[in-house]
Design a protein around this ligand. Structure first.
Ligand code: NAD
Ligand code: LMR
Length: 328
């Protein structure tokens, strides 16, 4: 029996993500937690004739405890989204506290759950989550994931728009680093099958992957950021985690993890000089089974991009760690 929880379930990402989880044969129980509207969202989804039993919780009546208890996987899209002109780091002030509170709840009520953090700034919210779990004595780095799948999905889509690939989701493109602007580094040289990007299109393509989020924020014109593509990406990653948990082999997808705590991660951490970094990870029943070193195979152009990513990540990570240990 698999219990999945969505924290932030009434939001722009939370609702379509909950719909996809409700429709999944991998989920038996789906608990929706938010500070607003979960009774309505849960009632609505519960009429769908797929097998998952849906329940909705608010903070009152010990809702957080009820939602999280017994969870196998918790996906967190709780928090405010960007408006035009904002960076993801501008969300830190509000979202850091939201993520901290939710992780404290997970540490108490679902310490063995896989935790998938979507809330921005991911570069900082994942370190916050790790510090809170460490403090509670329940940190399993193999089960904490910053969801960077949307960057991978965008890379597949934007590459296909250049190469004419008919089934973009079958491309395998490592996108590594973090989840904001220049910290996002697509490694097109390691795409499988290989892709041929004309040199005069490469810079624009890299830029589009790095700033794809801004494209959506601008188009939504004040009404938020990516929600539907994020729900697709969040579900795609959650599904992989659940399939691997059931024993399926060979599942690899990039995710932002605490490198020193995962098999294969130590050597990569030494190369990149930061502890939190997104790399392709092989998933298994215990979570991360192996972090794949794609960094050392980056070409010279990609190595330059990586240098900028390391710089940006250092500050973002330090800010998250500091917040968790010295809350304002
Ligand atoms: P939204 O405002 O539509 O929804 C957020 C939801 O979180 C709301 O329903 C709100 O009530 C809820 N919430 C707030 N505080 C909460 C708490 N303490 N506990 C539970 N729920 C709480 O925003 P959205 O568009 O769904 O985006 C959510 C977050 O996801 C943002 O931070 C956004 O930047 C981020 N995001 C990340 C990625 C990624 O690739 N990782 C992609 C898109 C968006
Ligand atoms: C994205 O990449 O779409 C998200 O991180 C949301 C944003 O703020 O751009």
């Amino acid at each position: 029996m698999v219990k999945a929880v969505v924290a932030g379930a009434s939001g722009g990402i939370g609702q379509p993500l909950s719909l996809l989880l409700k429709n999944s044969s991998l989920v038996d129980e789906l608990a929706l937690y938010d500070v607003v509207n979960t009774p309505g969202v849960a009632a609505d989804l519960s009429h769908i004739s797929s097998k998952a039993v849906v329940t909705g919780y608010l903070p009152k009546d010990d809702g957080l405890k009820q939602a999280f208890t017994g969870a196998d996987i918790v996906v967190i899209p709780a928090g405010i989204p960007r408006k035009p002109g904002m960076t993801r780091d501008d969300l830190f002030k509000i979202n850091a506290g939201i993520v901290k509170g939710l992780i404290e709840g997970i540490a108490q009520h679902a310490p063995k759950a896989y935790i998938l953090v979507i809330s921005n700034p991911v570069n900082s919210t994942v370190p916050i989550a790790a510090e809170v779990l460490k403090k509670a004595g329940v940190f399993d780095p193999k089960k904490l994931f910053g969801v960077t799948t949307l960057d991978v999905v965008r890379a597949e889509t934007f590459v296909a728009s250049i190469t004419g690939e008919k089934e973009p989701h079958k491309l395998n493109i490592p996108v590594i680093g973090g989840h904001s602007g220049e910290t996002i580094v697509p490694l097109f040289s390691q795409a499988q099958p290989s892709v041929d990007i004309p040199s005069d299109k490469l810079d624009a393509l890299v830029n589009r992957v790095q700033f794809g989020g801004d494209e959506v924020v601008k188009a939504k014109d004040g009404a938020g950021s990516a929600t539907l593509s994020m729900a697709y990406a969040g579900f795609r990653f959650a599904e992989k985690v659940l399939k691997a948990a059931k024993g399926e082999k060979g599942i690899v997808e990039p995710s932002y993890v605490y490198l020193p705590g995962v098999p294969g991660g130590d050597a990569i951490a030494k190369t990149v000089g930061v502890e939190y970094f997104s790399v392709p990870i092989e998933l298994g029943p215990s979570g991360v089974e192996n972090a794949v070193d794609v960094v050392s195979k980056a070409n010279d152009h990609e190595k330059k991009l990586l240098e900028a990513a390391y710089k940006g990540l250092k500050d973002n990570i330090a800010k998250g760690v500091d917040f968790a240990n010295n809350p304002p």
